[in-house]
Design a protein. Sequence first.
Lengths: 281, 281
Amino acid sequence: MTQDEVTYVSGSTRLFGIVGDPIEQVRSPGMITAELRRRGADAVLVPIHVRPDDFEACVRHIMKIRNLGGLVFTIPYKARACALADELGPQARAVGAANALTRRTDGGWVADIFDGLGCIEAFRRQGFAFAGRRAMLIGAGGAGSAIGVAIACERPAAIRLFDGDAERARALADKIRRVDGRIAVEIGPPAWDGFDVLLNASPVGMLDDRRLPVAAAALPRQLVVFDAVVKPEKTGLLALAEASGCRTIYGRDMMRGQIARMVDFFGYPRNRTGDTGEATS
Amino acid sequence: MTQDEVTYVSGSTRLFGIVGDPIEQVRSPGMITAELRRRGADAVLVPIHVRPDDFEACVRHIMKIRNLGGLVFTIPYKARACALADELGPQARAVGAANALTRRTDGGWVADIFDGLGCIEAFRRQGFAFAGRRAMLIGAGGAGSAIGVAIACERPAAIRLFDGDAERARALADKIRRVDGRIAVEIGPPAWDGFDVLLNASPVGMLDDRRLPVAAAALPRQLVVFDAVVKPEKTGLLALAEASGCRTIYGRDMMRGQIARMVDFFGYPRNRTGDTGEATS
C-alpha cells in the first residue's frame, strides 16, 4: 500500500521561494520550510532557478502569484533584489543589498537583509553582546558587509576590518561610519590582541581550502571566535580556537539565527515553547 | 528535539505547479507530488494562484524558471492554457483545451489534456475497452468534452450525448465526428437500454446536490456506470448502479488515471513494481 497523497503540500499551502543562479546548493528550502512548519504554517519554500537576463521581469511576475508569501534571494541577486521592493528595511538600506522580500499588509513589498542579524542572533543565544566590545572582522564581501553593518547597530566600541580587496574594506568602513559615527573603525591586517571577538566572513577555509584566515598557532582564550563558513562545519579556524580554549560560534548557528529572523519577517511569530530556531539535527 | 530540515524539498528539487483561480480546493499538489515521489522523482507540485488579468504574462514568466518541470491548469484556465504552448498534443487539439504543459527536450513547450485519458485509463484498469461499445455521456462541458473526445479515440460503435445546454452538446458532437467519422453520434435525453456504459460528466450529484443525472429507479445490471463527480465519492448515481448490480467506476479512479498519465507526460516513467497509480489511501 502506498500513500495516495502527501500531507505537506495542498491547495491551501502558502508559497515561498529562494531565487538564485545556480540553485542546487541552497539549504533554505529544507531549513526554512522546517522553521515555517515548526511555527504552525501550512507553507513550503521551493528553489527557483532564474537566469540573470530574466531576473527582474521574471521575479516581478512571480510576485503576482496571490498565494506567494515571500522570496529569499541568494547569489548573484542580493544587490538587484533591492529594486523589487517598495520599501527597504534598515539593514538593507545600510548594506545596499537584500535577501528577503515579503508583502506588507497594504499589498506593497518590503525587503531586508538577514545575514548580519542572523550572526548577531547566534552571538546573543550564546550570551554574547557586542555593546562596548572590540571586533575584528575578516571579509568585506556580501556576508561580511551584512555582518559589519549588523554589528555596527549594536554599539560596539571598535571594529577593525580586513579584506584582500582594500576597496571593499573601505566601502564597508564607510557604511559602518554611516550607521554609527562613534564606532572606532579601522582597516588593517587581522589582529586579535586586545579584541573581544574575531569573525571570519571570508571564504578562506571553505570546502577543501585548508588555509586559516589568520596566521596564528594559538589564540587568546578569552577571544570569542566565529566563522561564517558552513562547509565544513568545524573550519580550521574554529578547530584552532577550540584548541586554544576559546568560545566558538559556527556558521550553522548564524544560518539558524538568520532563518529565525527571516521567518519572523515573513509574518509567522515564534512559538512560546522555545523550540523555534533551537533545532538540533 | 525538532527537525532542522525537512527532507522533501531541497535546492535540487524540480518544481511543478497547478495554476488556477481559486486554488484552495485543488487536490493535485498532494496527489501529483505523491505520484512523482512514487516514481523516484525529487519534485514537488505547488499551488499557484493567479488572477485572470495576470494569467498570460505571469505564466509566461513562470515558464522561464529553469527548474520548472511543468504546469497543470485548472478552472478557469484550461482553454487559455493552449496559447502558452509551442505544440498541442492530440487530445488538446481535439478538445480545444489543455490542462498540462511540459518542456520538450528542445526547450519548447507542449500542452495536452488528460481528463479524458484518465477516464479511459480508469476503465482499462477494470478491464473495460470502449472499442465497438455504445456509450451514453451526460454532460458536454469541460470534463465531458475531454471524456467524449477520449472515448472517440477508442473506436466505439456509438456515443449519445446529453447536456442541458444543447449548443454544448452539438459542439461536442462535432468534435467527436472530427476525431472519427465512423462513430454513430447522436444527441438526446439520457438512455441506457441498449447501451454498454453510462457516464456522468455533469455536476449533477455534486456535494449537497442529491439529484440523479438520470430518472431511473434501477439500471440494467450489464451496464457499466461511471461518475466523474469526486465529492461525494459515492454519488447517488453510483449507489443506484451498485444497488442494481452494475459495475461502477468512480471519479477518484479517473483522477488517479489522469495523474498517472500526467506524470508520464512530465517525463517520469512508471515503475515496474506496479504500485504506480494503484495507490490506496
